[in-house]
Ligand binder design. Structure first.
Ligand code: SF4
Ligand code: SF4
Length: 62
């Protein structure tokens, strides 16, 4: 799971994640998923009002 810049840090996903795998990436200014804790349940994706959470690995940057 990964989070894109559409994230507004509304914190909805923080509250619904059953694994507590989502945290605030202060440097990036958005939510981020701790892959080691994530169980890929998809609840965060369904909850995100900005459609900012996606399955798989982030597209390569730069
Ligand atoms: S897929 Fe599930 S476990 Fe992983 S970050 Fe989203 S809500 Fe949490
Ligand atoms: S629910 Fe979406 S917009 Fe809200 S903090 Fe999570 S990723 Fe960001």
């Amino acid at each position: 799971m990964y989070v894109t810049d559409e994230c507004t840090l509304c914190e909805s996903c923080f509250l619904v994640c059953p694994a507590g795998a989502i945290y605030e990436d202060e440097e990036a200014g958005r939510a981020a998923v701790l892959e080691a804790a994530c169980v890929n349940c998809g609840v965060c994706m369904a909850e995100c009002p900005e459609n900012a959470i996606h399955k798989g690995k982030p597209p390569r940057e730069g």
